[in-house]
Unconditional design. Structure first.
Length: 254
């Protein structure tokens, strides 16, 4: 006999996963796919186009631009909070490592993962630009306001929280609840991660797909997402703030 309760539960989990992705990074992936189609069919080659990660919103009123930036950062973590809420409802004893019980070890692993991903990542950015498969990435365009660097740091942390909570802690856990194998879940998560970076070109897809595989493997081994949030935040802080401070000396990446 078919276990109707289990079937209903599986349908519920599938619907929940699609809804969470639909209000967060899944929708970003759809827009990024449309974006790369637009780029590939545009009059300029992909290598001559620009992808700006942290653009200004209201250039002539910095105070209003600051409010827009803070609102975007605050609202950007809501899907991660939703994902945590849903996980706690379905898994009362779930441990995904989203806590501060091991700050020293988490920081050490986070820094190590950032170095593991970041150093080869610079080479990939350069290679992708030389091969013409990526747009020119501009990590920030906020201007030189007093709040620019703090906002870039907050934006980096938001990215780390949103992506690692939703794509690793939530998605891997829920796909496992559906009976998926570990590597099937990890590869699926990595494909989605790469897809919502396609607006940067194919280099962005490749780099983030590999990052998703490494981060998924780490989570499988440790069941802790906090080191991944730290690593992701460090990578983006270095990228955003480093570019803001050193962009006049980074011509080799263009």
């Amino acid at each position: 006999m078919i276990d109707t309760g289990a079937a209903i539960d599986r349908r519920g989990i599938r619907s929940e996963v699609l809804l969470v992705l639909g209000v967060s990074l899944g929708s970003s992936a759809i827009y990024a796919i449309l974006n790369i189609i637009n780029r590939l069919t545009y009059v300029k080659p992909l290598s001559e186009q620009t992808a700006t990660l942290n653009p200004t919103v209201v250039a002539d009123r910095p105070w209003l631009d600051l409010l827009y930036q803070l609102a975007g950062i605050g609202l950007g973590v809501v899907p991660a909070l939703l994902a945590v809420h849903l996980l706690r409802k379905s898994h009362e004893d779930l441990a995904v490592g989203l806590d501060l019980r091991r700050p020293g070890r988490d920081l050490l692993f986070g820094v190590g993962m950032a170095a593991l991903i970041g150093l080869p990542g610079l080479g990939l950015v350069w290679a992708a630009r030389q091969l013409g498969i990526s747009a020119q990435i501009v990590p920030e365009a906020l201007g030189t306001h007093w709040w620019s660097v703090p906002v870039l740091i907050l934006s980096a942390v938001e990215n780390g929280v949103l992506e690692e909570v939703v794509m690793i802690a939530y998605l891997l856990t829920r796909l496992r609840d559906l009976g998926w194998g570990w590597w099937t879940t990890v590869v699926t998560s990595a494909v989605i991660r790469g897809s919502y970076h396609l607006y940067q070109g194919f280099g962005g897809f490749i780099g983030n797909f590999v990052m998703g595989l490494v981060f998924g493997w780490f989570f499988r081994r440790t069941q802790r997402v906090m080191p991944l949030i730290i690593a992701h935040s460090i990578l983006d802080i270095v990228s955003f703030v480093g570019y803001a401070l050193l962009k006049d000396h980074l011509g080799f990446l263009r």
